[in-house]
Write a protein that binds this ligand. Structure first.
Ligand SMILES: Nc1ncnc2c1ncn2[C@@H]1O[C@H](COP(=O)(O)OP(=O)(O)OP(=O)(O)O)[C@@H](O)[C@H]1O
Ligand SMILES: [Mg+2]
Length: 279
């Protein structure tokens, strides 16, 4: 068994910092050892954790147990404090002092969700750009104000299945086209097939980076970090996609979403070997 940093948002934060960005992480944890381990990992990665709120009480820090089988896996999530983060846990001035805001796992943010459209609206008014990775909806309903929130999103980062579910169609191209009417940049992660994006009427396709896969957990979140790293520097969409694929691929070379990123030698060697994927 191994213990590694999780939650989509923590992986994005950790890996964005590993790529050289100034990152603040806002969350709620329980008064328990696992929350402390997660905090220590984020801090060691250079993430500002000063706005993480530790709450004493019966609800503990969320965790996921992954049982790897041959070719498939069981995943069991205890959401814990993730469900309980609310608007009052956020320091708006702290958020507004940033250039960009990324939100992960829309459907796990039960406490915050009713206020997400309003939060996005206020952050946009403060001049930030916004990215959203909904991840899965465990109830598979795909409602709950997502449409309202999307009006303020600059970059939407679903995987293939999520894109189809958000758009309520089985046809991926139709899904991307309809989401692109609402969101300026729609990026769809295609696993071992790389990624595609639509910006207005323009469509981009980016091939995957060839790797010896160890574990794909957290590859999507690592992709988000790689993509946003370039997006925040004003790079063109092709470069953002290529860097997303590079970061996603790096993630698959070690178990979990951050192990490959927190080993600087491994990370540098991987980027040097696959430099041609960077444009
Ligand atoms: N086998 C692979 N080879 C190369 N790159 C990969 C592979 N699997 C994943 N990736 C990279 O990681 C990205 C994200 O993978 P995926 O489509 O599985 O995201 P996801 O479903 O959101 O994952 P997550 O479980 O982290 O939420 C892909 O777009 C690709 O860049
Ligand atoms: Mg994902």
């Amino acid at each position: 068994m191994m213990l590694t940093l999780g939650s989509s948002s923590a992986i994005v934060a950790h890996n964005l910092a590993a790529l050289g960005n100034r990152v603040g992480f806002v969350s709620r944890i329980g008064d328990d050892q696992l929350g402390q381990i997660a905090l220590d990992r984020l801090a060691a990665g250079g993430v500002d954790i000063s706005k993480v709120r530790r709450v004493t009480g019966s609800t503990k820090t969320g965790l996921t147990v992954i049982l790897q089988r041959d070719g498939w896996r069981n995943m069991l999530t205890y959401a814990g404090t993730i469900f309980e983060l609310t608007f009052d846990d956020l320091d708006f001035d702290y958020l507004a002092s940033s250039r960009h805001f990324h939100l992960s796992s829309f459907y796990l943010q039960r406490g915050l969700r009713p206020q997400i459209p309003d939060l996005f609206r206020k952050l946009k008014a403060a001049g930030l750009t916004i990215s959203l990775d909904t991840n899965d909806d465990p109830d598979d309903g795909w409602q709950g104000g997502l449409r309202d929130a999307l009006r303020y999103v600059d970059v939407l980062l679903p995987n293939e299945r999520e894109a189809r579910r958000i758009a309520h169609t089985d046809n991926l191209d139709a899904a991307i086209a309809s989401l692109a009417e609402v969101v300026p940049v729609v990026v769809v992660k295609l696993g071992e097939r790389g990624a595609t994006a639509q910006c207005g009427s323009e469509r981009f396709v980016s091939p995957p980076v060839k790797v010896d896969l160890v574990d794909a957990v957290g590859a999507g979140d690592s992709f988000d970090a790689g993509f946003l790293h370039q997006f925040l520097r004003g790079a063109d969409l092709e470069s953002c996609l290529a860097n997303g694929n590079l970061a996603g691929a790096l993630s698959t070379t070690r178990a979990g979403g951050t192990e490959a990123f927190r080993d600087p030698e491994h990370r540098k060697r991987f980027f040097e070997t696959h430099k041609s994927a960077m444009t």
